[in-house]
Design a protein around this ligand. Structure first.
Ligand SMILES: [Zn+2]
Length: 195
């Protein structure tokens, strides 16, 4: 952020009175522009023993496979956002139950929070939206593990197939930190008792 959206004066970076963090401030109209983490909401759409993945048509990680997910919009609940993203990216309709909440990832290094819901596909009428090159169902041994776009998506897929074997889908929360070589260290912080 370089210029104030209200008065077009240059933005300065300083700690406002009573605060303890550097903020984007406009001294001309005495405005503080807070920057907060983004919420990314998505689903793990299942059909029998398969999971629906989308091949990304956009950067970052264009051409790689991911679960349908995207930024939560203002005025939307997390579940509404996840369902909308699934419709937009995979053209898919879902049927969900009260145990749909599945995995939460805190990514403090890149100021993001990821939230995934588990869902059944309502039917097989899915198709790639404009942000996807293709959309396809994969069984565990068909998943293109070397072409998964994001560490949290890979983790969610691994979790799902493990949980399926155990017939338990507890809600879990992880902290994800990236090392200098961009490797993700994913640590389990807490786990619900049932699911
Ligand atoms: Zn201003």
């Amino acid at each position: 952020m370089k210029f104030c959206p209200q008065c077009a004066e240059p933005i300065t970076h300083h700690i406002p009175p009573g605060d303890d963090k550097l903020r984007y401030c406009c001294l001309s109209c005495d405005q503080v522009y807070y920057q907060n983490p983004n919420n990314i909401v998505g689903t793990l759409p299942c059909w029998q023993d398969k999971v629906l993945l989308c091949r990304r048509a956009i950067e970052p990680r264009k051409g790689l496979w991911t679960l349908p997910a995207g930024f939560l919009e203002n005025g939307e609940t997390t579940l509404e956002g996840a369902v909308r993203e699934t419709r937009e990216e995979a053209g898919a309709e879902l049927s969900m139950d009260e145990n749909s909440l599945y995995a939460l990832y805190n990514l403090p290094n890149i100021n993001q929070v990821y939230l995934f819901f588990r869902a059944e596909l309502a039917n097989l009428d899915f198709s790639a939206g404009i942000e996807s090159l293709e959309v396809q169902l994969f069984a565990e041994d068909e998943i293109p593990w070397d072409e998964i776009a994001f560490a949290v998506v890979r983790k969610t897929l691994e979790l799902y197939f493990e949980d399926r074997r155990a017939r338990q889908f507890p809600v879990r929360m992880y902290d994800v930190r990236y090392s200098a070589d961009r490797r993700a260290d994913i640590r389990l912080i807490c786990q619900g008792r049932q699911g």
